[in-house]
Ligand binder design. Structure first.
Ligand code: IMP
Length: 180
């Protein structure tokens, strides 16, 4: 399959994704049974994953979609500078960040550092995909769907230059070895 200039091949099927989401949902139901977590899916990439994962949850929970700010905010403490769209207070909340893919881990570590200053009760990350470079990072998700090599992937919410989010399966790019 070709998207823009790149050739992609099927990598993780929709059936495998569904199975994994049921497992992740079961783990979250177990770990949060006495809690009322506030779920923060990070747009755009996690919208499909979040929609499927949230429907597996049986615990009382709320959902607030957030997005990375494209600029460095200048607000004073008490507000998130790296994420926008949050209307709820995070104080004393059990937060679950829902991410599509963790690559270097830099994006998530910025977000996590900010949570430290906001008086949250707990914060955990669930990521559908963790790439090899992320495994060396200090910030780690407690819940991981798929661990993959350093591949470029798309589908199931993940995009290549805006395209491919609508695909039901996850595909990987066929890159020449030298550019991987
Ligand atoms: P990090 O800060 O390097 O962990 O970057 C993570 C972000 O980069 C993700 O939320 C995605 O938006 C994007 N990203 C990284 N790898 C891929 C990929 O293989 N396909 C699509 N988007 C990716």
């Amino acid at each position: 399959m070709k998207i823009k200039d790149l050739e992609f091949k099927k990598f993780i099927t929709a059936a495998k994704i569904n199975e994994k989401i049921k497992e992740l949902g079961a783990q979250l139901n177990e770990d949060y049974q006495q809690k009322k977590p506030l779920l923060l899916p990070i747009l755009n990439g996690s919208f499909i994953f979040a929609a499927d994962l949230i429907r597996e949850l049986k615990v009382d929970c709320r959902v607030s979609f957030v997005k990375h700010a494209s600029y460095q905010g200048t607000q004073s403490s008490g507000q998130l500078n790296t994420l926008i769209g949050l209307n709820e207070s995070l104080f004393n909340q059990d937060i679950i960040i829902i991410e599509d893919i963790m690559d270097t881990g830099l994006t998530l570590s910025k977000v996590i550092n900010e949570f430290g200053t906001l008086g949250v009760k707990s914060v955990e990350i669930v990521t559908l995909v963790r790439k090899a470079p992320a495994r060396a990072h200090a910030v780690q998700p407690k819940y991981i769907g798929f661990d993959i090599d350093d591949e470029f992937v798309l589908g199931y919410g993940l995009d290549y230059d805006g395209y491919g989010r609508n695909l039901k399966d996850i595909y990987k790019a066929l890159l020449p070895e030298t550019t991987k």
